[in-house]
Design a protein around this ligand. Structure first.
Ligand SMILES: O=C(O)CCC(=O)C(=O)O
Length: 271
């Protein structure tokens, strides 16, 4: 027997598949994260990987370029400044509409990075959530959404982020940790193929996994907040990038518009 489930509210439905399906919305609201399989087309992934490889080579050759250089993480800070394709990703045709639906029309970029986790990188007791703002402790608040684009297949033991579904509703300060990230009861590993993306609420407990595989894990990470927030230090657009932000949405995403003024409309974007 099939059962018809009617929505409890009279909220109008978006057109099928755009910008967010009911299934995606409910999954995110219930779990605090969402996987978008095939977010990147094959061509797009190829272009991004090429640009990412060039950025990595430049960054490795110049220790003055900002970043984190550790045995368990290479982090290229402000990847947007390395090639136009990384700016286009900020407005990704599939992902930005999802973020905007889930966070609000006043969406703005807070940071953007390229993470490379080398094979053998081990992490201990790293569970956390990202919204650590004094004075804001209501689990219903949504100040940030982080987007991860997977640039290389992440195998099951390849250090994929581990999510704790539903933890975005935990009360503040609840201690959550395990010595080994993958030992967290109910943890879900983001072991995904290249081209996938996943979104995470700022309150969702997560941890980078142990990379026991033989391949590096490569992720582009974009964090979005509200335009009345401040872009994290070191992630403000350079004057030349700011000068290229000619569309209202890009200007808003780069923090160049009135924080309390009208919101930019969603326009067709990259991809
Ligand atoms: O690298 C990861 O999988 C997670 C990174 C992380 O913890 C964060 O961006 O807050």
């Amino acid at each position: 027997m099939t059962e018809t489930i009617t929505e409890p509210t009279a909220r109008p439905q978006p057109p099928a598949g755009l910008p967010i399906t009911l299934e995606q919305r409910y999954f995110f609201e219930a779990n605090g994260y969402l996987v978008v399989p095939d977010a990147l087309s094959r061509d797009e992934l190829g272009r991004i990987r090429e640009a990412a490889d060039e950025a990595e080579a430049r960054w490795r050759a110049d220790p003055d370029l900002p970043g984190v250089r550790r045995h368990d993480l290479d982090q290229l800070i402000n990847i947007m400044e390395y090639a136009p394709v990384f700016v286009e990703m900020l407005e990704h045709r599939t992902v930005l509409p999802l973020v905007r639906e889930l966070l609000g029309p006043d969406v703005m970029m807070l940071d953007n990075d390229y993470f490379i986790t080398p094979p053998g990188a081990l992490i201990h007791r790293g569970w956390h959530y990202d919204e650590g703002f004094p004075g804001i402790d209501h689990p219903m608040s949504r100040l940030m959404i982080k987007v991860f684009f997977v640039l290389q297949d992440i195998p099951y033991d390849g250090g994929g982020t581990v999510m704790l579904p539903g933890s975005h509703r935990f009360p503040s300060g609840r201690p959550v940790n395990t010595e080994v990230p993958e030992d967290m009861p109910n943890g879900v590993r983001m072991a995904l193929p290249a081209g996938a993306a996943y979104l995470m609420a700022g309150r969702t407990y997560h941890c980078v996994g142990n990379n026991l595989s033989e391949r590096p894990r490569r992720l582009l990470i974009y964090t979005y907040g509200h335009k009345w927030m401040r872009i994290w230090d070191g992630y403000e657009p350079s004057p030349s990038l700011a000068a290229r932000a000619t569309t209202p949405m890009l200007a808003q995403l780069l923090g160049l518009t009135d924080p309390y003024g009208p919101n930019a409309p969603l326009t067709a974007a990259a991809g």
